[in-house]
Design a protein around this ligand. Structure first.
Ligand code: ATP
Length: 565
């Protein structure tokens, strides 16, 4: 679907760029007004001394200059609107995909850069370049020798433009990638600013950021130095060409092969005609950035499915793992291997195991954040990959290990920034044991939280995030370490909440290191080194792992029993 939106947007852009192309032709044609007017004045008016001709010519020239100005305005506006429309169509998709792929704000910055390119002067130079032959032809018509001078100038300037591309491209790409690294490093560090400041990590982090930043500036300066040299050479070439043109023109005028008017007109026409090449050299870096942004956006949007997945019925909450191998996206690593089990709808499953065993991997697979590299993860009978994540979301309650609340009110956070249903919000908060705590906040459910909101304690955030997971009784609830910030009282509350949600028909999967929280689950799964080693009712599994832990020297299992569970 995203790829279709991208293709349609690009088809729209291309269609309208053709109109801009046509406008550019008319604009470049009308650009000849001033030199041709001058030619007529020198050659016709001054020799004939006809005021009537002067008046008429002036009127025609002013008319065509007014048309030129109007076309120029329309062309610029058209380009700005093409950029804005493209942005409006793509921005929601780009934002969603950036979030789903965890690539931060880079794609939205790419979209900004592409839109600004449409509104900037460089694109105009690119549109004016194809009409250079029109100017050359006009100079040739005035006299072939002057045409040769203009043609030689165009060839030299083109060569300089190519040299500019070749010599700055890699530097600009390196600069952009270092700058992106510096930005994302700064973003990540500011998210962990407390740890950064409290443990004296700041100098080290600053040094690392400075390196990226310095490299970005270094490459940028290298590219600018080269571009500056080539720009100056282009300017020198243009001025020299103008002198050459006047020199050749004067010679031809002395020989009475052309009039003085033709000499001046040729010089002006050549200057106008070659100006876009010089502007392209000056604005080349914008062109390169825009091309890179376009490529990034294309890669991001074209990776989506071609068609909208078929709408699926509301799931009952059965979870099926069938010989699943999976790991972090973008890597070939499998953090779980060959895992198979089933969870019946309306039952609860506890998952235990040592740190790094793959428990959170299972949770991410269950809620459709990660997908298996082989095998199948199904919700009821449908592969999770068949779901559109926006449609699946309301059927899932997920409490990740790292809790993030978003800038908004408590009510908005619990209702997942969808339609606010006060009764459902309060019910979810009550089940999560958060209602009383929220009412005691300065403005209760309307209190602003998240990055720009009130400071909440870890426990308060965890309870609000739990309420968000319970909101509107989703058929599948996955809680990854739901009590990591809670006291014994909070643990008991979570246990009751899990029972209530299960009683109401939800399937509840709970990952915890605390025996009290998983004591009442229907089934228990033990994960070690990415493998499912035990699965069954707690009555079956506990004796097995206790017996193995006392009889075995297997370090992971002992660790699971001693320090983890
Ligand atoms: P814990 O109890 O400490 O939370 P866990 O059992 O939940 O651990 P996982 O988070 O599933 O373990 O991680 C399993 C393995 O996958 C670990 O070795 C971890 O280093 C690796 N891993 C997890 N997430 C990523 C990621 N985004 N990129 C690379 N490796 C990852």
């Amino acid at each position: 679907m995203d790829s279709i939106v991208f293709s349609r947007s690009m088809a729209f852009v291309k269609r309208h760029l053709k109109v801009v192309f046509a406008f550019s032709f008319l604009i470049n044609l009308l650009m000849l007004t001033a030199p041709l007017y001058m030619l007529q004045i020198y050659d016709r008016v001054l020799t004939s001394r006809s005021e009537q001709t002067l008046f008429l010519l002036t009127l025609i020239a002013l008319g065509s200059l007014a048309t030129l100005a109007a076309l120029d305005v329309v062309r610029s506006r058209l380009l700005v609107r093409i950029g804005t429309c493209m942005d409006q169509w793509l921005a929601p998709k780009v934002f969603s995909l950036a979030m789903k792929n965890g690539v931060g704000a880079r794609p939205t910055r790419d979209l900004d850069s592409l839109r600004t390119f449409f509104a900037g002067p460089t694109i105009l130079a690119f549109f004016d370049s194809p009409w250079i032959p029109l100017y050359l032809l006009t100079v040739y018509l005035l006299h072939p020798w002057m045409g040769h001078v203009a043609l030689a100038g165009a060839v030299i300037l083109f060569a300089l433009a190519l040299l500019n591309e070749r010599s700055t491209k890699l530097w600009l790409i390196e600069s952009a990638s270092n700058s992106a690294m510096a930005d994302s490093f700064a973003e990540a560090s500011s998210r962990n600013s407390e740890a950064v400041i409290s443990m004296g990590i700041l100098p080290g982090i600053r040094n690392k950021w400075s390196k990226f930043h310095r490299d970005a500036l270094g490459f940028q300066a290298g590219a600018s130095d080269r571009a500056g040299f080539i720009s100056a050479s282009a300017k020198f070439t243009r001025f020299s060409l103008q002198i050459a043109m006047l020199g050749v023109g004067a010679f031809l005028a002395i020989e009475e092969l052309i009039t003085p008017g033709a000499m001046i007109a040729a010089s002006i026409i050549m200057g106008r005609g070659l100006a876009p090449i010089e502007s392209s050299i000056a604005g080349w870096s914008h062109g390169i950035n825009a091309r890179k942004s376009y490529k990034n956006l294309k890669d991001l949007l074209m990776q989506g499915s071609v068609s909208d997945p078929l709408p699926l019925p509301e799931p009952k909450g059965a979870v099926i793992f069938d010989n699943v191998y999976a790991g972090p996206p973008g890597t070939s690593m499998n953090t779980i291997a060959g895992v198979s089990f089933q969870v019946q709808p309306g039952t609860s499953l506890g998952i235990i195991g040592p740190s790094g065993a793959g428990k959170s991997t299972l949770a991410r697979l269950m809620v459709g954040i990660w997908f298996p590299k082989s095998g199948h993860v199904r919700l009821d009978n449908a592969e999770l990959s068949q779901w559109d994540s926006d449609k699946l979301g309301p059927y899932i309650g997920y409490l990740p290990q790292d809790i993030e609340l978003f800038t908004g009110t408590v009510a908005e956070n619990i209702s997942r920034f969808g339609e606010v249903d006060p009764a459902a919000i309060v019910e979810a908060a009550e089940i999560a044991g958060a209602d009383q705590m929220i009412r005691e906040l300065p403005t209760g459910y309307d209190t602003l939280v998240g990055e720009n909101g009130s400071d909440l304690s870890g426990g308060q955030r965890q309870r609000i995030a739990l309420a968000r997971a319970f909101y509107k009784h989703p058929p599948l609830i996955v809680l990854d370490e739901p009590t990591s910030n809670l006291d014994a009282n909070g643990e008991a509350l979570v246990r009751t909440a899990v029972d209530r949600m299960r009683g109401a028909g939800s399937t509840v999967v709970i990952i915890s290191h605390r025996p009290a929280v998983i004591s009442a689950v229907d089934n228990l799964a033990v994960i070690q080194r990415g493998q499912l080693t035990h699965f069954g009712s707690p009555d079956e599994v506990w004796p097995q792992i206790t017996r193995r832990a006392t009889n075995t020297t297997e370090p992971d299992l002992q660790m699971a029993m001693r320090s983890e569970v």
